[in-house]
Design a protein around this ligand. Sequence first.
Ligand code: ZN
Length: 152
Amino acid sequence: MLTIAKKYTFHASHWLPEHDHCGDIHGHTYHLEVMIIGTRNKIGMLVDFHDLDEVIEPIIDEVDHTNVNVWMNGGYTKYSVNEFGDPTFSFVVGEDPEPPTVENMIVHFAEIIEDTLPEHLKLFRLRLWETEDAYAMVIPNSRLNEIHRVLS
Ligand SMILES: [Zn+2]
């Protein structure tokens, strides 16, 4: 089994409704590690890291410097001017929005990345760090089934 991985960084805000510590809007520097499984091509690469960037960076660009509550729930940021003439904004995220916990975010990322990767590349593992020492991880069920099949 051969894998390669690359880490991508983005900055975003979020809030977790009804959460004591994370209920107010705040920001994180997230790190998303994308691990790919496959076989080497004739020049000895599973995939050129530059080619992986071309797939993953547009996904990162969609969430970088945004509000994750909006990104995850297909909402939008509404700008207006208040009674004092100051610019103000609010987030419109629709009904029953999914809270952007690191667990929900990584499931969202895994769905997008699996749908976006070219046929010859398979997502093996995804890790999303919300802080320097805390992350969530996803291994798609199809990969676990493959590993089980190989080992049994
Ligand atoms: Zn947070």
